[in-house]
Design a binder for this molecule. Structure first.
Ligand SMILES: Cc1ncc(COP(=O)(O)O)c(C=O)c1O
Length: 413
């Protein structure tokens, strides 16, 4: 434990308590502490380092830009970096998928992207209420926090969180038809709810416990939103940028959300960056009606363009399916051996231990073995596995073998 941190950093610090090392360097799937100890990173900056720590191609683009005296701060002025990013996003990601979104720049974090999405939806519809799902995590600023469902995070607000309502997720109750439930709420003038401006969804709830929402549910939600004139927002902040096997996580459902938010791995190597992608008919905010000094972080744009090029010009995309299949095989093997549930898709998985204390114990034991894993789900009862998408197969196997051993210890089997 680092004494300076313990003494002077606020009590609100969090991750440094879980992994009591002073990290100094990182490369690909590994982090290294000041003593040179190596850790396999199955946390991945909560989904920020999909292309691996210090990805050389992305880093080189950033270094070249820095050394060329490129614009480092420019609000939303027109810069070469901004034009190049938007062109690449449009031509290499959006147009090939038939997506006609305008690109809006919020501040450089995920919660900023969701705040902007809320403003678009509320202004375009003239309605206030926004629905989110039970189990949702959408950020920590007040608008987004009102959508986030966990009570610990919500209590931190210190004032009422308004303008939102939480609907059941498809897995909330066995046999529940969550779409039919929402339909019933919309139809009932005694439901105590108003027609929402938007419904926001993570196609796989990450902090909620790696709950992969069924494709039929996503298709049904798209249909419900279209029929009722409700804006469908997909929060792809954690599970976008190839995490589930495709650039956007909703591609498996063949749907087009009205608004999509991206951040985390969008910035390539951990460079803070976010976008809110908005359908042209919802692009209703006036110039400067949403603003911010760090909208469109220039280095983020450079890194984001380089990340898209890296993904599409190397074997990164072709190897995603194979890596996802290996992760599934390994995690499901561990789950079967230890009699626990595995949930996941692509390269984001959870092992449900059903008890936060067991997960905490497992995280500490894994850290001692040089593997960094996080908790997720209700009561932090699941072990979250989120390796970088460039993790070599032997490293994936090594990390999973440690998890297998540790589960044997904590479950006493
Ligand atoms: C799905 C989702 N939305 C929004 C956020 C908030 O992003 P940020 O922490 O960058 O504000 C997160 C962060 O974990 C997230 O997982």
């Amino acid at each position: 434990m680092n004494e300076i941190i313990e003494r002077y950093e606020s009590n609100v610090r969090s991750y440094c308590r879980k992994w009591p090392a002073t990290f100094a360097t990182s490369k690909g799937p590994f982090m290294y502490d000041e003593d040179g100890n190596r850790y396999i990173d199955f946390f991945d900056g909560a989904g920020t380092l999909n292309y691996g720590h210090n990805n050389p191609a992305i880093k080189q683009a950033v270094v070249d830009y820095l050394m060329s005296d490129g614009i480092l701060h420019g609000l939303d002025m027109t810069t070469s970096a901004k034009a190049a990013f938007i062109k690449t996003l449009q031509e290499r990601i959006l147009q090939p998928r038939g997506l006609d979104y305008k690109v809006a720049f919020p501040g450089p974090t995920g919660t900023n992207a969701n705040e902007l999405a809320l403003k678009f939806a509320r202004k375009a519809t003239g309605r206030t209420e926004v629905w989110a799902l039970m189990g949702a995590f959408h950020g920590m600023t007040l608008g987004a926090l009102a959508l986030t469902s966990d009570s610990y995070s919500r209590e931190g607000a210190g004032l009422p969180l308004v303008g939102t309502r939480h609907m059941p997720a498809p897995y909330t109750l066995p046999g529940l038809d969550a779409i039919a439930y929402m339909e019933a709420v919309l139809a009932d003038d005694h439901a105590g709810a108003s027609k929402p401006a938007a419904i926001i969804v993570e196609t796989t709830q990450a902090e909620g416990g790696i709950q992969v929402l069924p494709t039929e549910f996503l298709v049904g939600l798209r249909d419900l939103c279209t029929r009722h004139g409700i804006v469908m927002i997909v929060d792809d902040i954690q599970v976008g940028c190839w995490r589930t096997g495709t650039f956007f996580s909703f591609e498996r459902a063949g749907i087009k959300p009205d608004i999509v938010t991206l951040s985390k791995s969008l910035g390539g190597i951990g460079t803070p960056f976010a976008v809110t992608l908005v359908s042209p008919d919802l692009d209703v905010l006036g110039p400067g009606e949403h603003n911010g000094t760090f909208r469109g972080n220039q280095l983020g744009m450079v890194a984001a363009k380089a990340a898209i090029d890296f993904a599409l010009d190397t074997d990164f995309v072709p190897q995603l399916q194979e890596k996802g299949a290996l992760a599934k095989e390994l995690v499901e093997g561990i789950a079967a051996k230890h009699g626990v549930e595995a949930r996941g898709i692509g390269m984001i998985w959870a092992l449900e231990l059903g008890d936060g204390a067991l997960v905490k114990d497992a995280i500490h034991r894994l850290f001692d073995r040089g593997v960094i894993c996080e908790a997720c789900g209700r009561g932090d009862s699941a072990l979250k596995l989120m390796p970088a998408l460039v993790t070599p197969n032997d490293v994936l196997r090594e990390g999973m073998a440690a998890i297998d051993e540790v589960l044997g210890e904590v479950l006493g089997r």
